[in-house]
Design a protein around this ligand. Structure first.
Ligand SMILES: O=C(O)CCC(=O)C(=O)O
Length: 268
C-alpha cells in the first residue's frame, strides 16, 4: 500500500484506483460477464445463477479472467496489509444493474456496524499499517459516469462513534441523486473501488437506458474468522485454481498461507 493510498483509505474509508485492468483483462472480463448473464439457468453449473438479475452467484468463479482478479497485483499488497497477512476470500458475487431495473434493497444505506453491531467489524491503525477484517473490492467492467447512479459512500463514516440517526439521508433510502454529505463514486471501466464494510454505503438508481453497470463484489476477511457462504461446494472447488482454494480456506491466527508469501500470484 503506498503512503498515498494509506492516507486516503484511512481518511475516507474507501479507495478509488484508476486504470487497474488492462484492455486485454477488461475485454476478457466483459465477455465472461455477458456469457454468464446470457447462459440459460438450466445450462449453468450447480450453485450458479441469479435470483434477482442483480447478484450472480459465484461470478468470480465463472471464468479464469474473473477468478484472476482476486489476486490482481494492483491490490494484492493491499489485501495483505489490511488483513495483516491472514486473508480469506469469503465470496465473489457478480453485481449487475440493467437499464430500467428496480431493486429497492440495493438503495438502503448500510454498513457492517448497522448490520452486525459495533464490535464485529474492526478497523485499526498500528505501526503505519491499516488493519480491517471486512472489506470489499469492486473491479468495474463498464463505465459509470456522473449522473448514472451507482455506488454512494459517506466518506469517513468507517470511524463514526455515533449511530447514524435514521432521520438523516431521507431515512436511509437512496433515490436518484446522492444526499448532502454523501459521495457518488463513478469508476470508469477498468477502475477498482476498495471499501471497508464499516463505511456507510448504498446504491443510487441506475439511470442509463442503454448501458449496464457490472462489477464483482470480492469480499475479503480474516482466515481465522467465520463468515461467507459456508463450506465450499464440490462444484466450486473443482472449478477454482489451487491458489484461490487456498485464499478461501480457513487458517490459524499465526498461520501464513503459502500464497501470502508471494508478491504476485498467478492461477495455475
Ligand atoms: O451497488 C454497489 O455498488 C454496492 C453494493 C453493496 O452495497 C455491497 O456490496 O454491500
Amino acid at each position: 500500500m503506498t503512503p498515498e493510498q494509506r492516507y486516503l483509505f484511512d481518511l475516507n474509508g474507501f479507495l478509488h484506483l484508476e486504470n487497474v485492468l488492462s484492455d486485454a483483462e477488461l475485454e476478457k472480463c466483459r465477455e465472461a460477464t455477458d456469457r454468464y448473464m446470457n447462459t440459460p439457468l438450466e445450462e449453468l453449473p450447480p450453485d450458479f445463477g441469479t435470483a434477482n438479475r442483480i447478484g450472480y452467484d459465484h461470478g468470480f468463479a465463472w471464468d479464469k479472467a474473473l477468478e484472476a482478479l482476486v489476486f490482481h497485483p494492483a491490490y494484492w499488497v493491499i489485501v495483505k496489509e489490511l488483513t495483516n497477512n491472514r486473508p480469506r476470500l469469503k465470496s465473489g458475487t457478480m453485481l449487475v444493474n440493467l437499464p430500467g431495473q428496480e431493486y429497492e434493497n440495493q438503495r438502503v444505506l448500510h454498513c457492517a456496524r448497522d448490520d452486525f453491531g459495533r464490535y464485529v467489524t474492526q478497523y485499526d491503525v498500528r505501526n503505519d499499517r491499516i488493519f480491517c477484517n471486512d472489506f470489499v473490492i469492486f473491479p468495474y467492467f463498464w463505465d459509470v459516469n456522473p449522473g448514472d447512479g451507482g455506488l454512494v459512500v459517506l466518506p469517513g463514516s468507517h470511524k463514526s462513534e455515533f449511530d447514524r440517526p435514521k432521520t438523516l439521508f431521507d431515512g436511509g433510502i437512496l433515490g436518484d441523486t446522492p444526499p448532502q454529505y454523501a459521495l457518488n463514486v463513478t469508476p470508469k471501466a477498468g477502475d477498482v473501488v476498495i471499501l471497508t464494510e464499516l463505511t456507510t454505503h448504498g446504491t443510487l438508481r441506475w439511470q442509463p437506458t442503454e448501458r449496464k453497470r457490472a462489477t464483482l463484489i470480492l469480499r475479503y476477511g480474516l482466515q481465522y474468522l467465520p463468515g461467507g457462504k459456508g463450506p465450499m461446494s464440490d462444484t466450486l472447488r473443482e472449478r477454482l485454481s489451487p491458489e484461490t482454494v487456498e485464499l478461501m480456506a480457513q487458517g490459524g491466527y499465526q498461520d501464513i498461507k503459502e500464497i501470502v508469501q508471494r508478491d504476485v500470484v498467478t492461477l495455475s
